[in-house]
Design a protein around this ligand. Structure first.
Ligand code: DMJ
Length: 587
């Protein structure tokens, strides 16, 4: 029988060599004269020889049996380990399905590979894990709001896709800034509602069509809260870098607004030429506008890891903090050249003043309550509101917030619908440990806002309500010139804050009344329309669906009707002035 080759190569005289400490190395000339062999190696070689000798003594049949046994064992082992590997892969896949499919459609959160770039490993990383999961509507009221959104979106898609607003009566498009406002503004509402198809077609439009290169003036504030805010929220929700890249491009262009001598932004920016200027009709910027961009610019800095945006916007707040004020209350115009307020301008929590107060509190919250002057200015201002602007109507003593005209000389008992944001902001402050009287004021003011709806046959509020200070009959009245309704969100916004903070379902019922009125009077075959006169049982329709109806009004109604109050948790999110949630940071 021919010996196996390896048997001839190892000739160790057939004897086991004793291992001694003195001879740990042995010279083995027959193997390879260049190697030293240790005792241990020698022992191994000896046992190998034994095995080989035994193997040689086996018959052909015996060897075949050993081969067969070896083959069977190897096959069994291979099968065993491959089945284990498969099971591990199946588990891995099903885990990721659970995580990425909260909206019954993976594409919402798990974007096609080409669009998903690894999230930045900086500020965003910790927030990726905290991205909210939206599970869609859970009760009849929420389903009804989702249907409204779908109705509005479909009509906009058919008649005005890519334009700013839909004119729902004429079925025409309306452009203000030519930035597809309704898409960018409404997109995160679609996401929150779990509307996969609508979200995806909007996302595709943003990706392929939204450009900021047009040689056209836009309003700095409006584009910041609607477009920049919308892009940042969608980026936060999806981690799709496309949204962040668009936000950075837009942010870089909007930065031109800060190029004034004082750093107070100009009101108008040409995105294409990256230049900015005051409006044609005035040298002044609006106070609320220049102080309602800080949440967005700060979030852009945090998401992109570039402080330049936050620095420019925060400098505006700091500058305004230094200016003298009437117990924290600010005139509604400010000069970007001098950096000073227009001395005798109106003081109001309505148009042009409102969100200055809102962003004091929200910036403080956004930065983890670390910037004290923001809280100080907010507290002082709310005391100023109580002292100078809050009055009671006659005869029923309803609390309302009026205005100071002509440099504080005269009190004007009128309240814009816009002012109905205040109960929500006050409740948010109270939820963040501000005094109890803030909450009392919020509750009372919210009820007055409710009445501005309830007193009209349409159960809809006018743009402006006037209050009587000495009447025996009517606490409030509506001038025909102020009787229009633009489908504004402020009241339902405050209802949602109050519902989340208190859990009181009465606020849901109030919201449902208003939703039903919108369905009755504002819904038309092609969307929802603003109304000319809420005092009329058959109000004339105005032919405009503003983007904030999609972004704010329907979003707040949907959230308000949720059985889960914390779908957007106010401990984790601060909501910008256009209802785009942004994450709260630690500082
Ligand atoms: C929205 O565009 C914003 O809320 C803004 O701050 C003022 N109000 C409109 C909607 O009414």
């Amino acid at each position: 029988m021919k010996k196996p080759v390896f048997d001839t190569q190892i000739d160790f005289n057939g004897q086991q060599q004793p291992a001694t400490h003195t001879s740990t190395r042995k010279w083995n000339s027959k193997i390879d004269s260049s190697h030293l062999v240790t005792d241990q190696q020698q022992t191994i070689l000896l046992s190998h020889r034994k095995i080989i000798r035994r193997w040689n003594r086996l018959s052909r049949l015996q060897r075949s049996l050993v081969y067969a046994l070896f083959l069977i064992t190897a096959t069994v082992l291979v099968l065993f380990y491959s089945s284990k590997l498969n099971a591990a892969n199946v588990n891995k896949n099903s885990d990721s399905n659970i995580v990425v499919e909260p909206l019954k459609n993976v594409s919402l959160v798990n974007e096609p590979v080409e669009n998903v770039v690894q999230p930045k490993k900086t500020v965003v990383e910790s927030e990726v894990n905290e991205r909210p999961v939206f599970t869609g509507p859970s009760n009849a009221r929420q389903y009804a709001v989702v249907e409204s959104f779908k109705h509005a979106w479909k009509a906009y898609k058919e008649h005005a896709w890519g334009h700013d607003n839909l004119k729902p009566l004429s079925g025409m498009a309306f452009d203000w800034f030519s930035l597809g406002l309704s898409i960018v503004d409404g997109l995160d509402t679609a996401y929150i509602m779990g509307l996969t198809e609508e979200f995806e077609e909007g996302r595709q439009w943003v990706k392929n069509e939204l450009v900021f290169t047009k040689n056209k003036d836009v309003n700095f504030f409006e584009v910041t809260i609607r477009v920049l805010g919308g892009l940042l929220t969608n980026y936060h929700f999806t981690q799709d870098e496309m949204f962040l890249n668009k936000a950075k491009d837009l942010g870089d262009r909007l930065m031109a607004a800060f190029s004034s001598p004082s750093g107070i932004p100009y009101s108008d920016v040409n995105l294409g030429t990256k230049t900015a200027h005051a409006p044609e009709w005035s040298h002044y910027s609006t106070t609320a506008e220049v102080t309602t961009v800080q949440l967005e610019f700060r979030e852009l800095s945090r998401a992109s890891n570039d402080p330049v945006y936050e620095d420019a916007a925060a400098a505006v707040s700091e500058k305004i903090h230094q200016l003298p004020k009437k117990h924290g209350l600010v005139p509604i115009f400010i000069n970007p050249n001098t950096g000073h307020f227009l001395p005798h301008a109106t003081i109001t929590l309505g148009a042009r003043g409102d969100s200055y107060y809102e962003y004091l509190l929200k910036q403080w919250i956004q930065t983890g309550k670390t910037i004290n002057y923001l809280l100080d200015d907010y507290m002082t201002a709310i005391e100023g509101v109580r002292e100078f602007l809050a009055k009671r109507s006659s005869p029923n003593k309803h609390l309302f917030i009026g205005e100071l005209s002509a440099g504080s000389e005269s009190f004007n008992p009128k309240m814009d619908h816009l002012t109905c944001f205040l109960p929500g902001t006050l409740a948010l402050g109270h939820a963040n440990d501000l005094p109890d009287w803030h909450m009392t004021m919020a509750e009372e003011l919210l009820y007055t806002c409710y009445l501005t709806y309830a007193v009209h046959p349409t159960f809809l509020a006018p743009e402006i309500t006037h209050f009587n200070l000495a009447s025996a009959t009517n606490d409030m009245y509506t001038k025909t010139a102020d009787a229009h309704n633009l489908l504004r969100p402020e009241f339902v916004e405050s209802l949602w804050y109050m519902y989340q903070i208190t859990g009181n379902t009465t606020y849901q019922d109030w919201g449902w009344q208003i939703f039903q009125s919108l369905e009755k009077y504002a819904k038309v075959p092609n969307g929802y329309t603003s109304l000319a006169n809420v005092k009329s049982e058959k109000p004339l329709q105005r032919d405009m669906m503003e983007s904030f109806f999609l972004s704010e009004t329907l979003k707040y109604l949907y959230l308000l009707f949720s059985d889960d109050r914390f779908v957007i948790d106010l401990n984790k999110y601060v909501i910008n002035s256009e209802a785009h949630p942004l994450p709260i940071h630690k500082n």
